[in-house]
Design a binder for this molecule. Sequence first.
Ligand code: SAM
Length: 233
Amino acid sequence: MARELPKTRDGAPRAFFGRRSGKKLHRGQQAIFDVILPLLEIKLAGPLDPRSLFPKAKKIIVEIGYGGGEHLALEAANHPTTGYIGCEVFTGGIGKMVKMIAADGLENIRLFTDDALKLLIALPDTSLDEVYLLYPDPWLKTRHHKRRFVSPTTLAELARVIRPSGTFHFASDIEDYANWTLTHIVRLAAFSFAPDAPGSWHQPYPGWQPTRYEQKARREGRLISFYFSFRRV
Ligand SMILES: C[S@@+](CC[C@H](N)C(=O)[O-])C[C@H]1O[C@@H](n2cnc3c(N)ncnc32)[C@H](O)[C@@H]1O
């Protein structure tokens, strides 16, 4: 059966390759999905005001493609008055994240388990303080570039949902994806990129927790990463 593509505001179609499951879940993991995930999961049934998820939060931050969830868990533990929405489609990552939330008693994370673009589309204008996109799937082949999460469609949604002076953080170890993102961002008046000094974009964000993908990239000899922060004008 054909999968329905997320509808974008301008009606542009977008390639997305769906929730991915890895190995078959064992009984303990299945329990995580059956019992704990439903308490944390965001089910969209129309527009979503994120304030309704975190009525007392001072800030709301989204992390797209949190993978194993190391960065999201540490940020949420360090900033208990911020509400976090984590988006991930990979079953193994979702399971790890749910386990960490339960083990660490994190009360300020909710999870979205479908394409992050669907979540962005459902959010009101200027409803987020920050968005993290850390080491998105690089899709190295030219014919696969259209699968990259950064695209005119997703950037337009990010520009709409991030409040003025809010931030879109993008990190990657792939120079071509870093350049791709800069090329797309500079076309938009909505974001400014004003690094402190040339090369400062190679310094990790303050309090940085290396993600699983970053650690793997380093083991494989890709030692330089790009840590961009784009300010919503
Ligand atoms: C290369 S991994 C990086 C994971 C993690 N950020 C890290 O640095 O370890 C990219 C992750 O993004 C997730 N992902 C890709 N497209 C997505 C989408 N449209 N919505 C939500 N998650 C997505 C993938 O399932 C994958 O786990």
